[in-house]
Ligand binder design. Structure first.
Ligand code: GTP
Length: 361
C-alpha cells in the first residue's frame, strides 16, 4: 500500500489565482531571486498574445520557459504532460538536467484539480515530478467579489497551500479583515502573505510539501496544520446556521467546508481502504483536498495520505510518528459535503466491516 518517500522527484509549484490577481507581477519578482536560479517556469497563456510570457522573459535570463496555447485545465492536459516529459531531456547538458524545480503558472480561470491530477497520475509525469505546493494569488481589493461570483476562484483558494493576498496597498484594514474572515472558512490552514506589487521572498512559496529538497525530516505539523481546522469547525457551523444570506445562490464560498476528522483508535487497513473507495466514488469530485496522518492497526509507523478530489497520491510510510499523538487525523476541504457525511460513512464501515469480514472467514 505504500512506497518510499519521493524526495528524488522534481518539485512542482502550481501558481494559480483569478484573472488579474497578480500572478505575473509576483513571478517577475520571484524569477530574479537566487532560489529560482534552477527553476523552469511553464506559463500557460490562454489567447493569441502571449503577454505574460513576454513580461517574464524580459525580466530574467536564468529562467527557461515553455509556452502552451490552450487552457491547461481543460483542453491541453496532454500537452502539459508532454511538456513536462520533454523538458527533462531538452534542457539537459551532458546528461545533467538543467533545472531542479518547476513552476507552472495557470490561466486565471483554471480549475487546479485536473492539472494536479495530471501531476499525480500521468505515468510519464508522476514518476518524475511531485507536487510541492499550490500557491494562489487573491486580490485583496476585488477578492470578496471574485469569490462570490466565480467558482474557479473559490476552488483555487480552497486548494491552496499558500495564499498570497495581493494589492495590499489598495485596501483598508476593514476590507482586509473581512476578506481574511472569509478565507478562514474556505481554507483556514493555508499560509498567508500580504504582498505589494509582487514583492515576496521566494522561500515563502517553495518547499511547501511534506518532503523538502534539502532532505530535512518531514514536518507533519506544518504540512497538516490540523489545529487551524479544529478552531474553525464551530465557527463555520455557526455561520451556516445563522449568518448566511440563503437567497444568494451565487455565494460559492458558502459551499466550502474545511474540517479535521480525528479517529482515536488504530484503523483496520481494510476499513480505511473500503471507506475511502466508497466515499470517493460518491462524493470524490466534491472533496477538493484531503491530507492526513493515519494510524493503521498492526503498523508501528504512520502513513501519510494526500488527495485531490477522487485521486490520491500513493500513501507514504513515515519512519516515525512526529510526536506522542498517535491518533489518525484527516483534514478535508470539501464542496457541498459536510463533516457529518464523512463521519457517518466512516463509522458505518468501522462498525459493520469487521463483522462482515468475520462472517466471511
Ligand atoms: N496597486 C497594485 N497593483 C498591482 C499589484 N500587483 C499587481 N498589480 C497590478 O494588477 C494588474 C494585474 O496584475 P498581473 O500580475 O498581470 O495579474 P495576473 O494574475 O498575471 O493576470 P492574468 O494573467 O490576466 O490572469 C497589473 O496591472 C499589475 O500591475 C499590487 O500589489 N498593487
Amino acid at each position: 500500500m505504500s512506497r518510499s518517500a519521493p524526495r528524488e522527484l522534481i518539485p512542482v509549484t502550481l501558481l494559480t489565482g483569478f484573472l488579474g490577481s497578480g500572478k505575473t507581477t509576483l513571478l517577475n519578482h520571484l524569477v530574479r531571486q537566487p532560489e529560482m536560479a534552477d527553476a523552469m517556469v511553464i506559463i500557460n497563456e490562454f489567447g493569441e498574445t502571449p503577454l505574460d510570457h513576454m513580461l517574464v522573459a524580459h525580466s530574467t535570463e536564468n529562467v527557461v520557459m515553455e509556452m502552451s496555447s490552450g487552457c491547461l485545465c481543460c483542453t491541453i492536459r496532454g500537452d502539459l504532460a508532454t511538456t513536462l516529459d520533454d523538458i527533462a531531456w531538452r534542457f539537459s547538458r551532458n546528461g545533467l538536467r538543467q533545472f531542479r524545480r518547476v513552476i507552472i503558472e495557470t490561466t486565471g480561470l483554471a480549475d487546479p484539480a485536473p492539472i494536479l491530477h495530471t501531476l499525480m497520475t500521468h505515468p510519464r509525469v508522476a514518476n518524475r515530478y511531485r507536487l510541492d505546493g499550490v500557491v494562489a494569488t487573491l486580490d485583496l481589493a476585488a477578492g470578496a467579489h471574485t469569490l462570490m461570483h466565480h467558482v474557479e476562484a473559490v476552488k483555487q483558494v480552497a486548494m491552496a497551500d499558500c495564499l498570497l493576498l495581493t494589492k495590499a496597498d489598495l485596501v483598508t484594514d476593514e476590507q482586509r479583515t473581512a476578506l481574511k474572515q472569509k478565507l478562514d472558512s474556505i481554507n483556514p490552514a493555508a499560509q498567508r502573505w500580504d504582498i505589494h506589487h509582487g514583492e515576496l521572498a521566494a522561500s515563502n512559496v517553495l518547499d511547501l510539501g511534506l518532503f523538502s529538497t534539502t532532505g530535512k525530516a518531514p514536518d507533519v505539523a506544518r504540512w497538516l496544520k490540523e489545529e487551524a481546522y479544529a478552531s474553525q469547525a464551530s465557527h463555520s457551523h455557526h455561520d451556516h446556521d445563522h449568518d448566511h444570506d440563503h437567497s444568494d445562490v451565487n455565494r460559492h464560498d458558502d459551499h466550502i467546508r474545511a474540517f479535521c476528522f480525528v479517529v482515536d483508535d488504530p484503523i483496520p487497513e481494510g476499513v480505511l481502504e473500503d471507506w475511502l473507495e466508497v466515499l470517493m466514488s460518491f462524493v470524490g469530485s466534491n472533496i477538493l483536498r484531503v491530507k492526513g496522518i493515519l494510524n493503521i492497526a498492526g503498523r508501528e509507523q504512520p502513513l501519510v495520505v494526500h488527495g485531490v478530489q477522487h485521486i490520491f497520491y500513493p500513501p507514504v510510510t513515515l519512519p516515525r510518528w512526529p510526536d506522542e499523538d498517535r491518533r489518525s487525523r484527516l483534514v478535508f476541504i470539501t464542496q457541498d459535503v459536510d463533516r457529518k457525511l464523512i463521519e457517518d460513512t466512516f463509522h458505518a464501515f468501522h462498525h459493520v466491516l469487521p463483522q462482515v469480514h468475520k462472517l466471511e472467514t
